[in-house]
Design a protein around this ligand. Structure first.
Ligand SMILES: *Cc1c(COP(=O)(O)O)cnc(C)c1O
Length: 361
């Protein structure tokens, strides 16, 4: 059983994609057209928000959000020690200093206690990452940002449609940064991203930043990027957005089966009624993770590791961090294994994986 198959995943939408592509050819408008504008409106309305700016990818969604804040070189941004490297790269690309804070060992999400410990007079922002599809513990995090006057950016690349106390990921912070990389719960057929923001001013700045710093053609008021959401990807995303809740519900149904039936030999994701977890990734922890992964492969079951190398151990980050020892992150990276839990999988598939796992000795 394959871990994920994007071609099969997108099959239910194929006819609608083809229809969109024909209309696109017919229209002949390739950059920042009606599809981008409509997707932005629809993504905003899904979140009951006013401002969404489509951008080229999730990394740029983070970079443009940070640049919107106008921080100065050397300012510090707190970020979880176990995130995907993109979150940290965004901070470095903006000339800022990433200060890593450890996650909670049970939820894998940034621990408000370690955020407090990481704050210095140079701290200007926190980027929380709703990892694997579960929101961070937002009440105490919002308290910290208010107390210290910090900007809050949410990395929602894994959390489309996830909620905390019935509030959607991406609507807590000054900015909600999304990726629509093909494997994400809302995935395009190529690279794509978006930012939700709260003020008209940030909205205008983001629109300029994604388009060469220009609001009016050939007049450039700030140093911008070429980071536009592709018109065709926006058209495809408009096909899939109405199905996001259905995709999430399906993943949750599969996850619930794992959580109910997997033996206690495996540490399973924490479940709490305040959190609507959308299981971008269903992961378990096991002390013999590598042997377990081989065992699954031997039984024809694909699995993945998110992620095999902790950010602090990445060659790319040498010299960029304030510290390199993060034991909680290190434990997660050593023991985590992601199980098949996709829109393409059936309940029977999951029951089979469970039988194989529960027989692991
Ligand atoms: C996928 C991902 C990103 C980056 O998204 P891209 O669209 O690939 O640039 C950033 N952060 C997290 C947590 C991700 O999972």
């Amino acid at each position: 059983m394959i871990y994920e198959d994007l071609k099969i995943l997108n099959r239910p939408f194929e006819e609608a994609f083809k229809e969109k592509f024909s209309q696109f050819l017919e229209k002949g408008w390739y950059i920042l057209g009606e599809e981008v504008a409509l997707f932005e409106q629809e993504f905003a309305s899904y979140h009951q928000e006013q401002y969404v700016v489509g951008v080229a990818n999730g990394l740029d969604a983070l970079i443009l959000s940070l640049q919107c804040c106008g921080f100065k070189q050397g300012d510090e941004v707190i970020v979880p020690s176990n995130t995907y490297i993109a979150t940290i790269l965004a901070i470095i690309q903006c000339g800022l200093v990433p200060v890593l804070a450890e996650p909670d060992a049970r939820t894998y999400n940034i621990d408000p206690v370690s955020i407090r410990a990481a704050i210095t007079p140079k701290t200007v922002a926190i980027i929380v990452v709703h990892l694997y599809g579960q929101c961070c513990d937002m009440d105490p995090i919002m308290d910290i940002t208010r107390e210290h006057g910090l900007k809050l950016i949410e990395d929602c690349a894994q959390a489309h449609g996830a909620t905390y106390k019935n509030k959607l990921a991406g609507t807590f912070g000054d900015f909600g940064a999304f990726s629509f990389y093909p494997t994400k719960n809302l995935g395009a057929l190529g690279d794509a991203g978006a930012v939700i923001c709260k003020s008209a001013e940030d909205y205008l700045t983001l629109k300029k930043l994604r388009n060469y710093g220009s609001e009016k053609k050939y007049y450039n008021s700030i140093v911008g990027h070429n980071s536009r959401l592709d018109e065709l990807q926006a058209a495809f995303l408009r096909v899939k957005l109405p199905h996001l809740n259905e995709i999430n519900a399906h993943k949750r149904k599969l996850a619930a089966i794992y959580t109910a039936k997997l033996s206690e030999a495996f540490i399973k994701p924490a479940v709490h009624p305040d959190y609507y977890h959308v299981y971008h990734i269903y992961n378990i922890l096991h002390p013999e993770r590598d042997r377990l992964k081989k065992y699954l492969a031997g039984n024809g079951i694909g699995s993945e590791i998110h992620y095999p190398v902790a950010p602090a151990d990445q060659l790319a980050l040498k010299g960029h961090l304030t510290r390199y020892d993060y034991p909680i992150a290190a434990n997660i990276h050593q023991a985590t294994l992601s199980l098949p839990c996709s829109f393409i999988h059936t309940e029977e598939d999951i029951l089979h994986v469970i039988d194989v796992l529960n027989a692991f000795r």
